[in-house]
Design a protein around this ligand. Sequence first.
Ligand code: ADP
Ligand code: MG
Ligand code: MG
Length: 929
Amino acid sequence: MSARKTAKPARGSRRVFSFGDGKADGDAKMKEMLGGKGANLAEMTRIGLPVPAGFTISTVVCAEYQAAGDRIPNALMPEVAKALVKVERVMAARFGDASLPLLLSVRSGARVSMPGMMDTVLNLGLNDRTVEGLARLADTRFAYDSYRRFIQMYGDVVLDVPRDRFEHRLEAQKANRRVHLDTELDADDWRELVREYLRIVEEETGKPFPQDPQQQLWGAIGAVFRSWKTPRAITYRKMNAIPDEWGTAVNVQAMVFGNMGDDCATGVAFTRDPATGSNVFYGEYLKNAQGEDVVAGTRTPQPINKESRSADQAHLPTLEEEMPKAYKQLARIRHTLESHYCEMQDIEFTIQAGKLWMLQTRTGKRTVRAAVKIAVDMVRERLISREVAVGRVDAGQLDQLLHPTLDPDAPKKVIAKGLPASPGGACGAVVFSAEDAETKAKAHEKVVLVRIETSPEDIHGMYAAEGILTARGGMTSHAAVVARGMGKCCVVGCGTLQISYARGEFRVGDTLVRAGDVITIDGSTGEVILGEVATVTPELSGEFGELMKWADSMRRLEVRTNADTPHDAKVARDFGAEGIGLCRTEHMFFEEARILAVREMILATDEIQRGRALEKLLPMQRGDFVGIFQAMAGLPVTIRLLDPPLHEFLPHEEDGIREVAEALGDDVAAVRARIEERSEFNPMLGHRGCRLGITFPDIYRMQVRAITEAACQVAESGVKVQPEIMIPLVAHVKELERLRALAEEEIAHVLAAHPGSRLKISIGTMIEVPRAALTADAIANFADFFSFGTNDMTQMAYALSRDDAGKFLPDYLETGILKDDPFVSIDRDGIGQLIRIGVERGRSTRPRLKVGICGEHGGDPKSVMFCDEVGLDYVSCSPFRVPVARLAAAQAAIHARQQKKAAARPVRKQARVAAKRATSTRGTRRTRS
Ligand code: ADP
Ligand code: MG
Ligand code: MG
């Protein structure tokens, strides 16, 4: 076996891969070794596209280079020399030859495209002799334009000469000549500039500019490898979880020239419109230009065709008009590439003397909107399967489609930046209190609610506002969670805002913004903008619905929503929710008409007082549930009994305290004293959740009664109801045992008054206290279902306060201690174990236990993937995340199927290998003995 290996070197030992003249050593599948750019240059060559010949030095050499202390490994030299000869043969020119010089580009290219890597060096091989050869072959102006470009690029990226030294010199030359554009300079100008540039390099580096083309080439190759280790590249890799070992490849390629005259051009294009996804060819080009001129903004590029023309470009001629032959060829290549890659491509091309050359192709970046349209269109065009289409849309971004967004073309003055907590754009007059928000909204004025932070008392104001901006708090702060729930634009944790409620203003830097001034916030970027920016309402196209239909047919997880009002329930249902996974009853308590009764209930001194307050609340709660059951007709609705610490409901201002005192017939001082008694050192671990039900059983009784009566009422009107009562914050089985008995008693009581009723109400619990997960087998004896409350569970098991994490969590993310905010994506290694344990132990007692998750993680694609993996039955998330969860659940199911297939394959292969090995060892033994 080993003999065969040496006779025919394995593919892995080759360092240099040639392409050109229709043949290539590599192909598109070899991104690991050739990088994205190199692999696709090889692939384009293979499928017969016009690609200038060249070769790719494998990523493996990058590691060798570094291991050798930044030295080119000896074995590379002859391989490069051989590959270079091939390029010379195909291009009929010689590297370093004074009469027929071959020029090269040296381009970096990792597996994924990465900022921080070395910029491309063009026109390599030029020196004082070859430039004259080039001038004789073409013309002098072009030759010296190319030479000055080369000196600048090489000086900048290989020799570390500050780029602006060259740029200042160029500007000075243009000023001397009284011209604006590079193209207006003539041959003598460039000749003069080249002399100056050479002098600048010598001055900066203390050495003459390298004239030897071989030295130039190896200098550039080394610089590409070294750029893998620049701080910027390292930071980018850390943030994007790209392993340092990958390394970069180097592409060395024959130059083609877009700067040889007016029958030359260089350009970039997308095979479809990357903003809308519509199936039109879309791109820009510049005549008589090279390399990055198109994107550098020195001259205005022209549209390649009329489809790419924006409104203000009507006067610009297109490539289609100016170079019809080259355009036609490019348009054909567009189709070739799409049907070959079955994916939208982003391409770079150059036209030299009317001849088209392809320089790059890769998967094109696009907006979510375009992603949806392209995926669905490509299924219709039979380019991809439905499964592939569903997998191609980034689920996490899908909710951007559902909110009004800021017009991307509108000018804007950004004054601050916070965290993009809930997407969309909002614009309105600044208000600093929920009351003002409500009053103004009633007068049909658009407002943005600006708070240091929000609390449950602000909910009515948040409802009324177009958007919410806070100075404090993170992605799971109250404002963020509630705003996402409402589908409202929200920016949180904008630390530079100095808000003064007293003066009714906020400052940021030198800008003063007063109540009533108009601002705009962008919940997708976190930007705070002075004045009004137009918003655009996205249209939900037919493609969106089509894609979601396919996703639904592929997923296993059920998707529910967290909704507290009939309105939210309806929104979620329209987005495809299959039930409510979490209906928080406390939000209902904050409504203006009720809060007084709630406060009476909390501050009552005896059962009788409390009873009176509860009697007032009962019909109101019943009404709430009737509305929700009707909105969710036929679908399950999980209602959580009262959960937050009671002090959250209590008044802190004089008026409020007086009002409750009056209602209770008590004196103000006594009521204030009782309010103080309620305050806790650590409310999140204090008197809340089911502990309230243990201490004040009447409150839970009232809620169960309201739920059951509402269910009976709705059922009797002929609408199917499926209520599920959920007990929060259970830590010990005894808590649940007791509260379940209480609930069953109350249900039986109500049903006795409705003899014909066939209503079934299930009773379950949240699993959010770590102890509950660990003792899930015992708890499951009294639970019909579990719902993981992963916000609280993360907080408790991680010892991480949700409300204070904003002060240090960003450092954890920045330094890479944590890859994800554990309140955004489930921490698989830690919290994930508690969930696994909870599911396993719960189902060991009750095999058909229904298990779901509510809380912010339910709408996070990575967490949904995890939920599918551990076998949950459903996820529940805020209404606007429902489509996100549906798509993510489908992607999770596709992934699971692929894993299963992949797992099955090696088993068979292993078995074959094992069988072979068994026979061959036997064979060896026999010959030896
Ligand atoms: P990036 O990774 O930044 O896109 P590239 O390696 O693609 O860098 O090079 C940037 C530009 O340089 C290309 O778009 C192309 O215009 C120009 N370029 C690269 N190689 C060549 C070549 N062989 N001939 C002519 N132009 C080239
Ligand atoms: Mg490129
Ligand atoms: Mg909780």
